[in-house]
Design a protein around this ligand. Structure first.
Ligand code: C5P
Length: 403
């Protein structure tokens, strides 16, 4: 339990309480999760409310309990999509045969099933039902489907049940569910590792009021920093100007230009790994004007450009103090894989995360990404997923590579 306490500290868990007699254990579960330092947002299904009252759940959780998909007050405060993603882990306890069937078949006809469809986070279920229902081929098929989908399962245990029968179907006890939730966070494989992340655009000034920039929102870089932090890494986050919040717990360095970013990156080394997610301007304006350039009758000012330092290439090619893993990004609009593969070689980085940023994809500035990971062995297409999910997957890969 000492390990679980550390792993759940500061985590946010969405707890879905299904309708079964085992729901009484979920009250204890809320308490123990809180003891471990987690914040719990409870969701009570209609059937769940037959076994435990909304009042006892919300009193224990210290927050409101969410019950209805069409609860307008809740929607005004927090939509169901946001609710499904705000937490870092979704726990379903008890997971009834009906909830498992809904999950396996993609139903979304009440708040719990909609949240489970909408979430991009890891889901852990603690099944609880009568032994015949558990052993029924339909439940076993649904279980296999859910496991294939990556859903984690704790229990059920053998034992006497409220219905008087004996066998598998009893919901796991609270300490087992707590341990499974802690294991779902995967521990902290990056503890003790320093990782540098660059993010956002750069601004290259023309004069004191004008600059050249690009459409990078900084969303993917921020998500990567957060995912690395949640695996225990210490992160230096070098960011160009964005309206995104800083990742909590990172050492944050704000920069404007590519050359500022280069200085900040040099200062942040050494690092065990470096992820260059920033969209660095390739060129800067030569002879930045110290006063605002005026409109004149003589026509438009001619801007002369100089090439910016390639920070990724510089770090990738360091003879001394090169991070063990250097990851670049390639935002392309044509021949994505071919261009990104050539870029990996040219720059000398280990991996390239390539994506198509043609306007039609909605990726630049959007919430989702559709990436291909390129390494020395070839390319691996990842399905389109949220930027948070891309970040979690990349962070996990980085942890494996640094082992
Ligand atoms: O060459 P291109 O800009 O497409 O390469 C993209 C990758 O190189 C990204 O990882 C970006 O952060 C990095 N880069 C850099 N310095 C530059 C240009 C790009 O670090 N001047």
């Amino acid at each position: 339990m000492v390990v679980a306490l550390a792993q759940l500290a500061g985590k946010h868990i969405l707890l879905i309480i299904g309708g079964g007699i085992a729901a009484y254990k979920s009250l204890e579960l809320i308490r123990r999760m809180q003891d471990a330092g987690a914040a719990v947002t409870p969701v009570l299904t209609k059937a769940g409310a037959q076994f435990v009252t909304p009042l006892s759940v919300s009193a224990l959780a210290g927050t409101g309990v969410h019950q209805d998909l069409f609860d307008l007050t809740a929607e005004a405060e927090m939509g169901h999509i946001e609710l499904s993603r705000a937490a870092e882990l979704v726990v379903v306890a008890p997971a009834t045969a009906d909830l498992m069937a809904k999950m396996a078949h993609g139903h979304a006809n009440d708040l719990a099933s909609t949240l489970l469809m909408a979430t991009d986070k890891q889901v852990l279920i603690a099944p609880a039902m009568n032994v015949r229902m558990w052993e029924h081929p339909a439940t076993q098929r649904n279980l296999a489907t859910l496991q294939e989908d990556g859903i984690l399962v704790v229990g059920p245990e053998d034992g006497g049940m409220a219905c008087g029968e004996f066998g598998a179907g009893r919901m796991s006890e609270v300490p087992q569910i707590i341990d499974a939730a802690a294991a779902a966070f995967g521990g902290c494989p990056l503890r003790g590792k320093h990782i540098l992340v660059t993010s956002g655009p750069t601004h290259e000034p023309i004069d004191p009021v004008r600059y050249i920039a690009n459409r990078s929102s900084g969303a993917q870089g921020l998500a990567i920093a957060q995912a690395l932090l949640s695996l225990g890494a210490s992160v230096t986050f070098v960011t160009g100007p964005t309206d995104k919040p800083a990742p909590k717990g990172a050492q944050v360095v704000h920069v404007q230009t590519a050359r500022d970013m280069q200085d900040a990156v040099r200062a942040a080394l050494p690092a065990d790994a470096a992820v260059f997610a920033a969209a660095v301007a390739d060129w800067r304006v030569v002879g930045e004007s110290q006063s605002k350039i005026k409109k004149t009758k003589d026509g438009m000012p001619a801007l002369e450009f100089a090439e910016n330092p390639d920070i990724l290439a510089e770090v990738s090619q360091l003879e001394k103090g090169r991070p063990n893993l250097v990851v670049g990004f390639a935002a392309e609009t044509d021949d994505v894989i071919a261009n990104a593969t050539a870029k990996r070689k040219r720059k000398g980085c280990d991996w390239i995360v390539a994506n198509d940023v043609s306007p039609a994809t909605g990726i630049m500035g959007g919430a989702e990404n559709d990436v291909t990971l390129i390494d020395q062995n070839g390319s691996e297409d990842w399905p389109r997923m949220s930027k948070d999910a891309v970040a979690a997957k990349l962070a996990k890969r980085i942890a494996e590579a640094l082992l």
